[in-house]
Design a protein around this ligand. Sequence first.
Ligand SMILES: Cc1ncc(COP(=O)(O)O)c(C=O)c1O
Length: 401
Amino acid sequence: METSKRLEGIGEYYFSQKLREIDDLNKQGKNIINLGIGSPDQPPHPDVIKTLQEESAKPNVHAYQSYKGSPILRKGISEWYKGWYNVGLDPDSEILPLIGSKEGIMHICMTYLNKGNEVLVPNPGYPTYRSAVMLAGGKCKEYKLKEKNNYEPDFDALEKIVKRRKRAVSELVASPDGGGRVGAVKLMFVNYPQMPTGQLPSRELFKKLVAFGKENGILIIHDNPYSFILNENPMSLLSVEGARDCVIELNSLSKSHNMAGWRVGMLCGAKERIDEVLRFKSNMDSGMFLPVQLAAAKALTLGKEWHEEVNKVYKVRRDKVHELLDLLICKFSKEQAGLFVWAKIPAKYKTGYELSDDVLYNSNVFITPGGIFGDAGDKYVRVSLCAPLEKIEEAINRIKN
Ligand SMILES: Cc1ncc(COP(=O)(O)O)c(C=O)c1O
């Protein structure tokens, strides 16, 4: 059957393909150590599981749920944002629970993009931004994040792109297919702590992003799932004054609360933005299973001790991953946040793909080539911290041998 035009240029997600290859290698008895994917391997807090168990045993929790999510979860999210990020959000109108933040990326693109509208996406960056824009009919305009600029956007270059597009659009409005062939920049995806580079944001950067969005009429989408991982100071872009005028923030319990498989995320922003996205989302799915929402609300009440416990484990693993990367003669910053270490490959490899294949086929260890996050990542690899210490140690031994 011929697939739709909108799927042209969209391949199967890299990890979906690669995990199949790793499965095949495992079937041949290779027992691959997977240091690729960022899926937390530690369990959620026991109280979270207990809430799910108790709530799901009740007879009256199994019906369809509100499209806007349970008021208890929205209140929990509002208190969490206030407590950790010092951002006040109205639980009734400024929060939309999501089935994981990944779906929010698609909902936003479907809500705002017309054919030809352009979207600024980071390179390197989370591949889903690019595919969601393309699936929604938009066009990606990549902006490079460079190590020498602390992986921050070059705002002068961005201004030039935006002005050029505006000029082109105004020249084309008279032409019959003007709207279809060229579009103004409408959205910009940003993500700090940044994946895959682990770069933390500064308040200065956040202020610049909001100013840029306001000045150019661009909706800034801040994807913020890593703010609690190996970071003492979680920040929200919505904490910048006036941000609500031009920012939507996505957040998630996947990494911060070890709940990736539970699929709980959120979209926060001005009431108008929530209503707009809900127009699309409410046509796609229904509210999450109520016990999951109540357990998520429980998770959001966990305090500092929880995050310290989770991060204690990641810190020890990170030191080991540093050892592994030293062994591969890669260069990296020790200041990275998030679930990975991003590292520059030595000159003997042309790309991170080469190094990744070398380690996979010769040592039975999988690490992610940086190029899957955009060509600016070609000379890098990314190693996940989501594997037990013993596995990382074994990976080191295999590479040594
Ligand atoms: C940058 C980034 N955004 C979003 C997501 C998706 O997270 P969720 O589990 O909330 O859908 C991921 C997951 O790996 C990610 O790395």
